[in-house]
Design a protein around this ligand. Structure first.
Ligand code: ADP
Length: 584
């Protein structure tokens, strides 16, 4: 296309260039039209163009702007100022920007299209430029099969606002009856709807818009499509709205709607969420509690460990103190005892002699106590050594018992020594056995009132395997148990049997509940009679430990008011312990 400038006598060429959006849009120009407002319009094979004289640019209108087709064949202007465009796909009425004076059309740059459905002759093969307007305003457009004649004023929009209805509701592509409110479970969430605008003039031109409130932000404009689908709707509350227009785009803005409630599965309901929260909270609470308890326990454990360590330290200190002080006491005591004994022998005055005897007796007693203390600290530190020698225990204990005879006579107590045999050889530490028996025997004297009776009895108890009767041997479980006990207590020691020393008195007895405690150190049965008797509560504990050093044991039976019997058993075989130094 060229423009001839008469004044300059020059030609300007206009070429379509796809890269330049302000060039003319089509290569083939079918008609050039200047409207009443002196605007130039170009009908091209690729849309309508308007020429802007000031910028020398072309403005394009194509199918995108609403034209029925891009091949524009002719342009006519009616009396209102609307442009009527003859296209290969029908006739289009165009209200241009700043268009008609009396048109009253508020919408500008708008195309309204008419096709065969309006009774038009199809102009697909219409001839270029064939079209004219008569003096009374009638328009003629030519085509291959005839021509179309109409008066623009006679073409009126359909003013009918169509009612909008939803015609079907589907779940998973199956139709279901429905009302204005639908409740669905969480797993029936594939929904589709069909709807219609009830306008019957050219109903295929009815347009629609829909929106799922709760999901879509904006209206969806599907054009003339009459259905909408929503796959996989999450549980929740929705409102499905549709609005529609008639063939002339007269909209029913109110439209219609269905509210849809998709309920959550049971494990997502509020109650279950509350339950979850309670569960999680209680788990947190329990772990917290357990943690606190754990920390407290470990703290307590640390404390008690610390306390026992301290106690142990104090204990050791105490023992060392006892040991040291006992030593310090012993030397001066022996130095008192020696001279006192000598003076007693020399002195003639009976009065002083008796006084000195009391001194000697008490100093001796003091020495005994100090020796006991020393023994205890030795036992504690593991320095107490056993020096066993095989010897006959009968004469040893007989002599020891008889040494109490004069004391027994003074207290008017019958003292007896019994033994079934004349000789029982045992590996014993003489000194310690004497201490053991003396302790128990003195207790018996202490707690037996005048007229009582004290008996020391020695018996040999055979090794358990020999003493068992045949039937006992056969009963398997018993043997096993005994053997187990033997091996636990002394291994092969008892194969030589034991000597049992029982010291029986008819004294005040010991209350049953106190019996387990009497071997505890510093323990004394609390009673008026006991208190009368002097004592420290060391004797029996020392005795027990000395017996245990011999791998023996001490047992007690007692009845209050009737008497007490201590039974000491000492194994007869050699006692192999780290503390045992075999004597000569
Ligand atoms: P103590 O130096 O007080 O005699 P022991 O350890 O020798 O200490 O004895 C502990 C306690 O056992 C005694 O205080 C006494 O109450 C009780 N006891 C020991 N032997 C007898 C006995 N033969 N009869 C009654 N009570 C006894």
């Amino acid at each position: 296309m060229f423009c001839y400038d008469q004044a300059q006598d020059s030609l300007i060429e206009f070429i379509s260039d796809t890269k330049n959006p302000s060039s003319i849009s089509g290569r083939q120009i079918n008609e050039i039209y200047e409207d009443k407002k002196k605007r130039l319009w170009f009908a091209t094979n690729n849309g309508l163009n308007r020429y802007d004289r000031s910028t020398k640019n072309f403005i394009h209108f194509t199918q995108k702007n609403g034209l029925p087709g891009n091949n524009i064949l002719g342009i006519l202007e009616d009396d209102q100022g609307y442009l009527w465009l003859n296209t290969s796909k029908g006739i289009s009425k165009f209200s241009a920007e700043g268009g008609s004076a009396s048109g009253g059309d508020t919408e500008t740059n708008h195309f309204k299209n008419y096709d065969v459905s309006y009774g038009l002759e199809l102009t697909a093969d219409a001839w270029y430029g064939v079209g004219c307007k008569t003096r009374n305003g009638e328009m003629y457009f030519g085509g291959a099969k005839g021509f179309t004649r109409f008066h623009p004023d006679s073409i009126k929009d359909n003013p009918f606002i169509p009612p909008i209805v939803i015609t079907s509701f589907r779940k998973f592509d199956k139709s279901y009856p429905f009302s204005s409110k639908i409740n669905l479970p969480y797993d029936e969430n594939f929904l589709s709807f069909e709807f219609a605008a009830l306008s019957y003039i050219s109903p295929e031109r009815n347009q629609y818009a829909y929106k799922m409130e709760g999901l879509d932000k904006d209206w969806v404009y599907p054009g003339t499509r009459r259905y909408a689908s929503y796959p996989n709707l999450d549980p929740g509350e929705y409102v499905f709205r549709v609005k529609g227009s008639n063939n002339d785009e007269v909209w029913n803005e109110a439209g219609t709607s269905i509210s849809i409630i998709i309920s959550p599965p049971w494990w997502k309901t509020t109650w279950v969420y509350i339950l979850y929260s309670i569960l999680i909270l209680s788990i947190i609470y329990i772990t917290w509690k357990m943690q606190v308890k754990r920390i407290r326990l470990s703290h307590e454990y640390e404390m008690s460990k610390f306390e026992t360590e301290k106690l142990h330290e104090v204990d050791e200190l105490k023992s060392r103190f006892f040991a040291n002080i006992s030593h310090e006491f012993r030397t001066p005591l022996t130095l008192i005892l020696g001279p006192v004994k000598q003076i007693i022998e020399i002195i003639k005055d009976e009065k002083i002699k008796n006084d000195l005897k009391v001194v000697h007796k008490n100093a001796n007693r003091l020495l005994g106590l100090v020796n006991q203390l020393l023994d205890i600290s030795k036992l504690e530190s593991g320095n107490m050594k056993l020096q066993t020698v095989p010897q006959n225990i009968i004469p040893l204990l007989k002599a020891l018992t008889l040494s109490f005879t004069s004391y027994a006579e003074r207290k008017r107590i019958t003292l007896k020594f019994n033994s079934s045999e004349d000789e029982i050889i045992a590996y014993i530490d003489k000194d310690k056995i004497e201490k053991i028996v003396t302790n128990v025997l003195s207790n018996a004297f202490k707690f037996t009132p005048e007229g009582g009776r004290i008996e020391v009895t020695l018996t040999r108890s055979l090794p358990s395997s020999v003493s068992q009767s045949h039937s006992e041997l056969v009963s398997e479980s018993k043997i096993d148990m005994k053997k187990l006990k033997q091996s636990a207590s002394g291994g092969q020691l008892d194969k030589h049997g034991f000597v049992e020393i029982s010291i029986h008195d008819t004294g005040i007895g010991i209350p049953q509940e106190k019996l387990p405690k009497i071997f505890d150190r510093f323990y004394q049965v609390d009673g008026s009679h006991t208190r009368e008797q002097e004592g420290t509560g060391i004797g029996l504990s020392l005795t027990k430990e000395l017996i245990e050093l011999h791998r023996g044991k001490i047992e007690v039976e007692s009845e209050e008011g009737k008497g007490t019997c201590f039974t000491i058993s000492i194994p007869l075989g050699y006692i192999a312990t780290p503390n045992n130094e075999r004597g000569s």
